[in-house]
Design a protein around this ligand. Sequence first.
Ligand code: ADP
Length: 209
Amino acid sequence: MTRMLIMGPPGSGKGTQAARIADKLGIVAISTGDIFRYNVKEMTELGREAKQYIDNGDFVPDDVTNRMVADRLRQPDAQHGFLLDGYPRTAGQVEALDAMLAERDEKLAVVVELTVPDEELVARLLHRAETEGRADDTAEVIQHRLDLYHEQTEAVVGSYVERGIVARVDGTGQIDDITERLLQAVYSVRERTGTLPVVSKVDAGDAES
Ligand code: ADP
């Protein structure tokens, strides 16, 4: 059972990698960006509340985001570990997540941060704009999302660095190689902090369950 975060600037590939490593570790990947986009598409109340912020590349207000994550973590599939992708991004969200976990008597084991140079991020996102047409992938909004990452979310990573649970992973190169690096990083942090789950001999071939 692993409870972990994947962090990284927009365009770092965290969504792709989150799905892959969650699958390997047998845990659910929860992407706040995906949940927001789904709600916008379905025009739910949450979607209507969030749309303007997302289109402008701003953070959805903490109270809305925190409530959504708290609800999601109460679902049955999140009771046996989870990988949060895109949350927390602000100091207020770190505090909220700490409170949610404390209530469950749980702790985060690992935070992985994908690093990619800004020039490559911009190039990747502009390319994605052509193929996927996300409303927030215009040059101006991309720059704003990157600025917010540097201004606020890097400090969030810093607060987890102080807890000794962060591994930084090079997010450039082949997708498979990056997945391998991430899994290795998860394993190293857990070994170093003594939070590796006990695996029975029978299951030892699998990553963990
Ligand atoms: P990216 O990391 O490329 O910006 P995401 O899919 O993770 O893409 O997020 C898309 C948008 O969803 C963000 O720009 C923001 O508007 C909203 N969002 C996602 N997660 C959060 C969060 N934790 N707090 C506030 N807003 C969020």
